[in-house]
Write a protein that binds this ligand. Structure first.
Ligand SMILES: Nc1ncnc2c1ncn2[C@@H]1O[C@H](COP(=O)(O)OP(=O)(O)OP(=O)(O)O)[C@@H](O)[C@H]1O
Ligand SMILES: [Mg+2]
Length: 286
């Protein structure tokens, strides 16, 4: 089968003259969990942002199922973007809005304008929002303000919001860089689950190689805007490691353990159906 994503000779030169991507070519197969690593400034964010055109590539092709994302315009670009979910390091939630409203907002891109303006979600959207909140174990927080949640919970809202598009490809730019080690694992496990259970292809940048080894089916390392390694996590030995990170670099471990978040997730799964019923009842009475 054709790769879901094919990147050919991608170059990004910022107006400052920085060559952030320097002839990057790679294929991502459907169902892969690709982890992007590399030193700060190596071009990870630029690559992820070029893929959904938050950053305009200078040259090269970005084929999403064979169609060039780099050349798409207008409605075609919007349609293609909808197939790509994105998760950010700083979560990018509307802090003063409810968790529920934040998640629903992930669906707005696929609604006609009048529905967006009227802010009347369809019953299907509401059901999907609760389903996705349930997926990440925070349905009990649906009516909390986003900024009242812990960092790990906020990132799970970010995942639920991205899932509202029913994406084929999920991009995540350092999704756990603002979290402590235990919470990092709990968030990564949700990404792993949507990859394995839903078959969503994941392309995720990470700072820690230990996380890359644990979650990636494949690791791509960037160095000065070029691909410095592309292969299996186990093939990154000490020599490779120093090629990617430099002679003085030392690998550090991030511990794994059960977290409070995970325990809460198990409990709140049961609450999903109840909360959804309650919400649908309130809609009926208006
Ligand atoms: N908007 C911009 N304008 C000019 N130069 C930029 C811009 N964004 C990034 N760069 C430069 O492009 C290069 C790649 O940056 P990028 O943010 O993609 O790296 P990164 O691998 O994501 O780094 P980090 O690990 O710190 O997030 C760096 O030299 C950076 O300074
Ligand atoms: Mg970055």
């Amino acid at each position: 089968m054709a790769p879901i994503l094919r990147i050919e000779h991608l170059v990004k030169v910022y107006p400052t003259g920085t060559r952030a991507l320097d002839d990057v070519s790679l294929d991502v197969e459907r169902g892969e969990f690709v982890v992007l690593i590399g030193l700060s400034g190596s071009g990870k964010s630029t690559l992820l942002r070029c893929i959904n055109r938050l950053v305009e590539p200078t040259s090269g092709r970005i084929l999403l199922d064979g169609t060039d994302m780099a050349r798409a315009r207008g409605s075609e670009l919007r349609r293609m973007r909808r197939r790509i979910g994105m998760i950010f390091q700083q979560f990018n939630l509307v802090r003063r809005s409810s968790v529920f409203a934040n998640v629903l907002a992930g669906r707005l891109g696929s609604r006609p304008l009048w529905r967006t303006v009227a802010m009347r979600p369809t019953t299907e959207d509401v059901a999907l929002a609760f389903e996705n909140l349930g997926r990440v174990g925070i349905v009990g927080k649906a009516y909390s303000r986003a900024d009242a949640l812990s960092g790990g919970q906020q990132q799970r809202v970010g995942i639920a919001r991205a899932l509202m598009q029913r994406p084929d490809l999920m991009l995540a730019d350092e999704p756990v860089a603002s979290l402590d080690p235990a919470t990092s694992h709990s968030v990564m496990k949700y990404l792993e689950e949507i990859n394995r259970k839903d078959g969503i292809t994941v392309l995720c940048s990470l700072h820690f190689l230990s996380l890359a080894r644990r979650y990636g089916t494949r690791v791509i390392a960037l160095k000065d805007g070029r691909v410095a390694f592309d292969g299996k996590p186990v093939d990154i030995d000490e020599v490779r490691f120093k090629e990617i990170y430099g002679e003085d670099a030392v690998e550090v471990e991030i511990g794994v353990g059960p977290t409070a978040d995970e325990r809460a997730a198990a409990e709140s799964a049961d609450a999903t159906a109840a909360a959804m019923r309650a919400h649908l009842e309130t809609l009926d009475t208006h």
